[in-house]
Design a protein around this ligand. Structure first.
Ligand SMILES: [Zn+2]
Length: 54
């Protein structure tokens, strides 16, 4: 089912591009994560990409 709501689509793109990366094991984590879901380490860094820049 295609998403026709522009606001929802932009929100989904934002969520897809904004997440945290573990410095220890490199796994992706949720933006709200305080610790790595895999190794439980607290060394998370932000992964950010500008919208539209591929
Ligand atoms: Zn980790």
């Amino acid at each position: 089912m295609p998403i026709t709501d522009v606001e929802k689509k932009q929100l989904a793109q934002k969520h897809r591009l904004f997440y945290k990366i573990c410095r220890d094991c490199g796994v992706k984590n949720a933006p709200s994560a305080l610790r790595c879901r895999k190794c439980r380490g607290a060394h998370l860094r932000w992964k950010k990409r500008e919208l539209g820049a591929k």
